[in-house]
Write a protein that binds this ligand. Structure first.
Ligand code: IFM
Length: 439
């Protein structure tokens, strides 16, 4: 086998991503705690990774020692504003500590301001269904960014607004568990408004800020490439799912299926495109799937599927995601990518194959500036609880002990050398040597 090495541009950001409710633990003041208590999740978050108890220190040590130069985490609105008329300075101080901790470890911080969870008081007033919420979000952003601006200028306003809306208002698996396309549209428009207001507030406070949205990109292909209906439903679904938010934040028009609203304040409100990519699937037209926008989903035949069958290892879809993102003419940051795999049998090859596509993308001249792997340590996976393990480190939730997985070692080599080599592939995932570095 030929010895080879692919090299990334100097200054490339290598990190992992986490989110407050998934790692902090013990937050009883948000909608997810209530959802867990109502028995709507596979199990409960409990202490999670105990970051609120201080274990962020040891985890960030792990990240820094293994060559990561950046970390993306989120702040919990419910902790910073526990009641509509009360701010918690103590909570802001804790987030300042984390940011200081990142700086001490020479790591760039990216802060997400909304990652799926809402304060209970906000949920009680209808959360993003309520037209007051965009302004309330902007107030929260003003308070938070003013308090944290000394330590970062890289902000994600909202994580995966499409996943949030689909899961909470179409599939009904996130709180409040509704299944209503009209409400979903109202929520989507309010998320766009909230993002636009937040974008302006952040730039008012910090001129040098870089602000974006973490978009979940789902690669979708027609099941039957010759079927006009399959092709039509693929295009309609991809437009509704992938394009709604980035287009609204580009041209100020929120267009979802047959609905369209102008949100002029959202025009040109992204400094970079955040891309979260996990998988690709195929879709066929089905009248019986009206509630799912007439599409029936399949993974490609012979797909390399993850442990619980949620993710197919389809690295070409990642390349497609970056090509799509480059079409918006902004810098690109991969804000999430990863796979659930408690045995770590699949993750090394998933990681290596996706890193190869990342490198291809940089060589196409697309402005890809960094990559955040999801995730650092196993964490609470929303409605699926602890059944899905995304961590480079394994977590024992009873003892809080962490164990380094083989893929953490592979990622360490990638981060430390800013490259991927045939030697690494031979060591960590020899089964794809020929595929990645053919003779
Ligand atoms: O854990 C989630 C994260 O909160 C948002 N993006 C997808 C991840 C894996 O499902």
């Amino acid at each position: 086998m030929a010895k080879a090495k692919i090299q990334f541009p100097r200054g490339f950001l290598w990190g992992t991503a986490t989110a407050s409710h998934q790692v902090e633990g013990n937050n009883k003041n948000n909608n997810w705690h209530a959802w867990e208590e109502a028995g709507k999740t596979a199990d409960k978050s409990g202490l999670a990774c105990d970051w609120w108890g201080g274990r962020w220190r040891e985890d960030l040590d792990r990240a820094a020692e293994t060559g990561q130069n950046a970390h993306r985490f989120s702040v919990a609105w419910s902790r910073i504003q526990p009641e509509k008329n009360r701010w918690d300075e103590g909570a802001l101080n804790r987030y300042r500590d984390i940011l200081r901790g990142l700086r001490e470890r020479n790591m760039t911080a990216m802060v997400t301001l909304h990652h799926f969870s809402n304060p209970l008081w906000l949920e009680d007033m209808g959360a993003w269904e309520n037209d007051e919420t965009p302004q309330l979000f902007a107030d929260f952003v003003r308070k938070t960014v003013s308090a944290l601006k000394e330590y970062t200028n890289l902000w994600v306003t909202i994580n995966e607004p499409n996943v949030y809306t689909y899961s909470a208002y179409i599939d009904g698996v996130f709180p409040p568990g509704k299944k209503d396309l009209n409400i979903a549209f109202e929520v989507m428009v309010n998320l766009v408004r909230g993002h636009a207001l937040a974008y302006k507030v952040i730039h008012e406070i910090q001129h040098e800020a870089r602000v974006g949205i973490a978009h979940n990109y789902y690669s979708i292909k027609p099941k039957n490439a010759y079927s006009p209906l399959d092709k039509w439903v693929t295009k309609a679904q991809s437009n509704a799912y992938n394009n709604f938010f980035p287009k609204a934040a580009t041209d100020g028009v929120a267009k979802f299926l047959w609905k369209k609203v102008k949100v002029p304040e959202a025009e040109n409100t992204q400094d970079f495109m955040g891309v979260n990519y996990y998988t690709r699937d195929q879709v066929s037209f089905s009248l019986s799937m009206a509630g799912k926008l007439f599409g029936k989903r399949y993974f490609p035949e012979d797909a390399d599927l993850s442990e619980t069958g949620m993710i197919a290892n389809e690295p070409e879809g990642f390349f497609e995601a970056m090509r799509w993102a480059s079409g918006f003419g902004k810098d690109i940051i991969v804000t999430e990518n990863g796979v659930e795999d408690s045995t770590d049998e699949m993750r090394p090859r998933y990681l290596a194959e996706h890193i190869m596509q990342l490198w291809r993308a940089t060589n196409f001249g697309w402005r890809v500036k960094g990559y955040f792997h999801w995730s650092l340590v196993d964490n609470f996976e929303w409605e699926r609880g602890w059944t899905q393990r995304f961590g480079l480190w394994e977590l024992d939730i009873e003892t809080q002990k962490r164990k380094k997985r083989k893929s953490a070692e592979l990622y360490e080599e990638i981060c430390k050398t800013n490259s991927l080599s045939s030697k690494m592939i031979e060591e960590y995932c020899p089964e794809i040597t020929e595929k990645l570095f053919p003779d």
